[in-house]
Design a protein around this ligand. Structure first.
Ligand SMILES: Nc1ncnc2c1ncn2[C@@H]1O[C@H](COP(=O)(O)OP(=O)(O)OP(=O)(O)O)[C@@H](O)[C@H]1O
Ligand SMILES: [Mg+2]
Length: 382
């Protein structure tokens, strides 16, 4: 099953691009499911019909659903939540605060991921498209499988068997409620699911597409997202630049066209990926208008194609160093200049320039050495 995730800053056109892509893959004959993971659902607006928390047929080959967070929370988390509340209360934490703390961080997004897993296992669809919440939340969502594992290990890293023996003796002594078998089972179940999810998300068949507008703030936030997606091991295969003004838009916006051109060039330097473009339309992009959007973006190409297969960036630990490995094809070592400026690493070779936004863990370190290996530049930080 091919999985496509669309993310980007708020309002850039994620829902528009995701739903247009879904229409296109459906019309190409792929059985497609589009899931909105954003609590502020707008998929129903795009398709101009009521949607449900389960797949609803939109047209031939196309199904859409909007996840209902409260329902999912009840289904997967209530048993654990009750225990956590009791635990926090036993620590002298106020009732209301305990309730808040017991809500799993990022659960709303996680619920949609659990659906992805379900349909993946049933092999119900050829393509699943996720219309994600704005970048920040998506990053949190994509780190959920990892974070959840950590969280559960720390919190519940107690052997079930041991627990069964210890609970009746220990509980009155330590004055802390210990999780029941039901709670442990539920945790075990979620734990296994996260593991499987991570496999799907990191596999070749899943790619992330970043939707952007040619604007400073949007680029900045997307860059951050791009770096962290790479860091978490997710595969970004293109960027889609939306809301580009057409050339003949008139005098009033002519200055904007120049500004946009500049930013499109900047996006090329900062995102070494295939770029697709979409013009600003003269009306809201919903319903029928959506049909032509995917054609403008992808042209003759099949949206399920993997547009970029390299890992543009990887961060590894080698001999105690943090090593940033960047794909730099066509570049010769003697032409290369490198400069670290705060959170940015600037790499220049003749008339080619690449700016890498560094994650916090690297921004705080110094570059100590660099090496070429094949088409990759490895930069050592300490
Ligand atoms: N190319 C375009 N031309 C004209 N209007 C557009 C274009 N792309 C998106 N829009 C409009 O911009 C608005 C925001 O688009 P959309 O809902 O797709 O963004 P989003 O990134 O999903 O937003 P959110 O972060 O709120 O989920 C919508 O009203 C949509 O119709
Ligand atoms: Mg949206």
């Amino acid at each position: 099953m091919r999985v496509l995730l669309f993310t980007g800053k708020g309002g850039v056109g994620k829902t528009t691009v995701a739903s247009a892509t879904a229409l296109k893959t459906a019309s190409l004959g792929y059985k497609t499911l589009i899931i909105s993971t954003d609590p502020a659902h707008s998929l129903s607006d795009a398709f101009q019909m009521e949607l449900n928390p389960f797949p609803t047929k939109v047209r031939e080959n196309l199904y859409a659903m909007e996840v209902n967070v409260e329902y999912e929370l009840e289904k997967h988390w209530s048993v654990i939540k009750e225990y956590l509340e009791a635990f926090f209360r036993s620590q002298g934490i106020d009732d209301v605060v305990a309730e808040e703390l017991a809500i799993f961080p990022g659960f709303d997004e996680m619920a949609s991921l659990l659906h992805l897993l379900e349909y993946h296992e049933k092999r119900s669809y050829d393509v699943t498209i996720l219309d994600c919440a704005p970048t920040g939340e998506t990053l949190r969502l994509l780190s959920v499988p990892e974070v959840a594992k950590w969280y559960m290990n720390r919190f519940f890293g107690i052997e079930k068997k041991l627990l069964r023996i210890v609970k009746p003796i220990a509980e009155p002594l330590v004055n802390v409620p210990l999780p029941s078998e039901e709670v442990m089972n539920k945790i075990q179940e979620l734990y296994v699911k996260f593991g499987k999810l991570k496999e799907i998300l990191e596999s070749e068949e899943t790619t992330v597409r970043i939707v952007m507008n040619p604007e400073k703030m949007v680029i900045k936030e997307s860059e951050r997202a791009f770096t962290y997606l790479n860091l978490f091991g997710y595969h970004v295969d293109c960027v889609i630049v939306n809301k580009i003004f057409p050339k003949d838009v008139g005098e009033y916006l002519s200055n904007w066209i120049e500004i946009q051109n500049r930013y499109v060039e900047e996006i090329k330097q900062r995102f070494p990926l295939p770029m697709f473009k979409l013009h600003f339309r003269d009306r809201e992009v919903v319903g029928e208008e959506l049909e032509s959007v995917a054609n403008e973006i992808y042209g003759e190409r099949d949206p399920t194609e993997i547009f970029y297969r390299h890992r543009p960036m990887e961060i590894k630990k080698v001999d105690g160093y943090s090593v940033l490995s960047i794909n730099v094809p066509f570049i010769e070592k003697k032409d290369l200049k490198m400069l670290k400026r705060g959170e940015e690493l600037i790499i220049i070779a003749r008339n080619w320039k690449r700016i890498v936004f560094l994650p916090q863990s690297l921004a705080l370190k110094d570059v100590v050495r660099a090496e070429f290996k094949g088409e990759r530049l490895n930069v050592y930080f300490a």
